[in-house]
Write a protein that binds this ligand. Structure first.
Ligand code: CMC
Length: 432
């Protein structure tokens, strides 16, 4: 915080000027913020559609510098975490603010491991869905339904309840995600194997069957872990803000995370990884790339190159750099560097990076461009891509929800610029 102030001058049509003094706060790093709270008393609101210039909360979890391409979790650069840490250690960091000691790490992993199973009755929920239901539709439903199963972790004012809910959500998300896939292909659900690591266990539940031992390739398990890690948190994005807003009304944590999953689903956010693969399939051949790039540039055409651009990053997305390396590793391990879709992806990336339109608008490939390529190579069906994003992001949602609930907060209640009718009288049906 600082002792700076900003002065807002408002001129009326007669030229009379009123000034309002507004406090300015400074964070540890990043832009200062102007506290506009005093404006309401002056009968005025700020107007910022899409929250482009609005800080909705104070937070100590994640910092992004979009111009420099910097992403820090609790101060640690994402590149260092991706290289030296793993998903569960990063979960600990996001939740508790510091890297764990060896003992804390082992205890944390153990607690997650022993919450991986879901209530057996939850399996009947799946059977209420059609086989062709999108796994994100299933995930929204079953995660919301967790609040009907775990009544002993719903009291949000109780620190211990909040912690158990956090463990349950982090541990059960891979199980529920894999179940939504197994249901769609008509295979039996796999129980988690608690001798396995987090990502390994997920791949075991996805691809194992009760008839055969699943031998998870360690290179693929490492890549999966990195995908979870790179998606773990991203400050106040649409789904995290949704979780905070939902939580601000006092809703239980399972309901809040279900709301976050719904917000993530859209193609402008987490749904982009699925949309990237669908787009590559639609392009179908390198010879058609120019046509699609031209469509993306045409103002009259709503088509956008999926996996390109970001609200905050106006430089390379630092997660995309790591994801690109992971993609290369996985493709080499699986020996599928010559896949036709991958060829389209590589060529598209090259063309977009050299095109004036994309350069001038600072539209770089984002994390979803490369994660889709890795997930496809691992054999994950396209409809599961956003589900995997949701599994990784769960910890970020919980960390932000917990930060809000454990501090002082008010219900989120944005206002509006009203441009509808002025007051008018109801007209009876026969007079209309
Ligand atoms: N292809 C073509 N043009 C684009 C694209 C794109 N992918 N993205 C933005 N533009 C243009 C847009 O038409 C606009 O042009 P103009 O200034 O002439 O009107 C300009 O760039 C700015 O775009 P915007 O929509 O105002 O930017 P935004 O910050 O509101 O949207 C975005 C950001 C990510 C929604 C957008 O870039 C987009 O739709 N990208 C494709 C979807 C995607 O890959 N989303 C995943 C984001 S990363 C994962 C996550 O964090 O969720």
């Amino acid at each position: 915080m600082s002792d700076k102030t900003a002065t807002l001058s408002i001129a009326d049509p007669n030229g009379a000027i009123e000034t309002i003094e507004l406090p300015v706060y400074s964070g540890t790093i990043g832009p200062d913020v102007v506290d506009v709270g005093a404006l309401t008393a002056q009968g005025m609101f700020t107007y910022d559609p899409g929250f482009v210039s609005t800080a909705a909360c104070e937070s100590q979890i994640t910092y992004i510098d979009g111009a420099q391409g910097i992403l820090l979790h609790r101060g640690y650069p994402i590149e260092q975490l991706a290289e030296h840490s793993d998903y569960l250690e990063t979960c600990y960091l996001l939740l508790y603010g510091e890297l764990p000691t060896a003992e804390q790490k082992a205890e944390f992993e153990n607690t997650v491991r022993y919450h991986t199973m879901v209530h057996d009755q939850l399996t009947s929920f799946f059977h209420g869905f059609r086989r062709d239901a999108h796994p994100m539709a299933i995930l929204c439903g079953v995660v919301g339904a967790l609040s009907a199963f775990y009544h002993d972790s719903l009291d949000i004012s109780d620190e211990q309840h909040r912690e158990i809910a956090a463990f349950r959500l982090i541990a059960k998300m891979p199980t529920l995600a894999a179940m939504s896939y197994k249901f769609s292909v008509g295979q039996p659900f796999m129980y988690p194997d608690n001798s396995l690591g987090y990502a390994e266990n997920f791949l075991h539940m996805m691809f194992g069957t009760p008839c055969e031992e699943s031998n998870v390739n360690p290179v693929l398990a490492r890549a999966m872990d990195r995908i979870f890690l790179l998606h773990a948190d991203h400050e106040q994005n649409a789904s995290t803000s949704t979780v905070r807003l939902t939580g601000s009304s006092g809703a239980n944590p399972f309901a809040c995370i279900a709301a976050g999953i719904a917000a993530l689903w859209g193609p402008s956010h987490g749904g982009a990884n699925e949309a990237v693969l669908n787009m590559l399939e639609e392009i179908g051949d390198v010879s058609r790339i120019d046509e699609f790039v031209a469509r993306a540039k045409d103002k009259e055409d709503p088509f956008r190159l999926m996996g390109f651009g970001h609200r905050v990053y106006k430089n390379f997305d630092p997660r995309a750099k790591v994801m690109k390396e992971a993609a290369d590793e996985v493709l080499a391990e699986l020996g599928i560097e010559n896949d036709p879709l991958l060829e389209i992806a590589k060529r598209l990336e090259q063309i977009a990076l050299e095109d004036d339109y994309f350069i001038s608008k600072k539209l770089y490939p984002n994390v979803d461009f490369y994660s889709g390529i890795i997930l496809k190579a691992i054999g994950i069906p396209t409809s599961m891509f956003t589900v995997i994003f949701a599994v990784g992001r769960t910890v970020g949602w919980i960390a932000h929800w917990h930060e809000m609930i454990s501090g002082s907060y008010r219900i989120g209640r944005p206002r509006q610029l009203y441009t509808g009718h002025e007051q008018r009288d109801y007209s009876p049906l026969e007079d209309r």
